[in-house]
Design a binder for this molecule. Structure first.
Ligand SMILES: Nc1ncnc2c1ncn2[C@@H]1O[C@H](COP(=O)(O)OP(=O)(O)OP(=O)(O)O)[C@@H](O)[C@H]1O
Ligand SMILES: [Mg+2]
Length: 259
């Protein structure tokens, strides 16, 4: 059996991919899933920075073939009763910036055959280059993060188009980050869905939105998980709702304390 892979991409940089990847890992672990978070931002990995953990695991070692997946991950506590595994490389190490096609394939194979996990979350990093789209196309589902910034819409459309070209049938699920409110979230998603319907004859589903929330940059500055530092914040609540949708198609799960 292969592990369910959820990839998070956007095309454009700075849309909130890492925030959402890290927060979903955190929330899904609390909802009882056994999660592996892979920071596949091969240029500028920073999931560990968002989490405030010193250990990143050894993604470079896995790609070089000197480590197995089991030896390359580190465990991250997400509260007294929940944890998930992280597979990354130190931020700014540059070790992975020029990963070869063979190394990308090795990473995908390792993630697909990862034992002991219900889900692998992959932070794809920015761009729509070959490595990003190769991983996106092999994932079971792809979350496409966009924001009200018009440039993000253009890049999200390019991402959806390339994913469709590689898979012939698959569309990503649209997640609007930094929206002012539900109306703006819907409007931004509809703009993407409209263009995709018109030109690609297929459209992403709308997964939901995460509001613009001053607690997010504060959590990033404090280098701690948003859901741990500010569990009551609007962005935390929205991400938990999205995690519940992913986990059980909208079925509420028994709440577990986040501290
Ligand atoms: N919902 C939000 N409300 C307010 N600020 C946010 C929100 N989401 C993300 N940010 C801010 O946007 C910045 C970029 O977030 P993040 O690093 O998660 O984006 P990214 O898509 O991973 O970027 P990159 O493409 O560089 O990897 C961060 O400084 C974060 O604080
Ligand atoms: Mg990032």
């Amino acid at each position: 059996m292969t592990t369910h892979i959820t990839a998070i991409g956007s095309g454009k940089g700075g849309t909130g991919k890492t925030l959402i990847s890290v927060s979903l890992a955190y929330a899904l672990a609390h909802q009882g899933e056994r999660v592996l978070l892979c920071d596949a931002d091969l240029g500028l990995a920073n999931a560990a920075v968002h989490l405030g953990v010193g250990e990143t695991g050894d993604l470079a070692g896995l790609l070089a073939g000197t480590r197995t997946l089991k030896d390359a991950v580190v465990r991250v506590a997400s509260g007294p009763r929940a944890s998930f595994d992280l597979l990354a490389a130190p931020s700014g190490s540059g070790a992975l910036a020029n990963a070869s096609e063979a190394q990308i394939q090795k990473l995908i194979a390792a993630l697909e055959s990862a034992q002991g996990y219900d889900r692998v979350l992959v932070d794809l990093g920015a761009g729509v280059d070959n490595s990003v789209m190769t991983v996106a196309a092999r994932a079971d589902e792809t979350l496409l993060v966009l924001t009200p910034d018009p440039a993000s819409l253009t890049d999200a459309y390019a991402f959806a188009k390339l994913l469709l070209r590689r898979t012939t049938t698959r569309m990503p699920q649209a997640l609007v980050n930094m929206a002012l409110n539900a109306t703006e979230g819907r409007r931004v998603a509809d703009a993407l869905i409209g263009s995709a319907n018109a030109f690609l004859k297929a459209a992403p589903d709308y997964l939901g939105y995460v509001p613009f929330d001053a607690r997010v940059p504060e959590a990033v500055r404090r280098q701690g998980p948003l859901l741990s530092l500010f569990p009551q914040s609007p962005a935390s609540a929205a991400i938990e709702g999205i995690a519940r949708k992913l986990h059980g198609a909208g079925t509420p799960v028994a709440a577990v304390g986040l501290r």
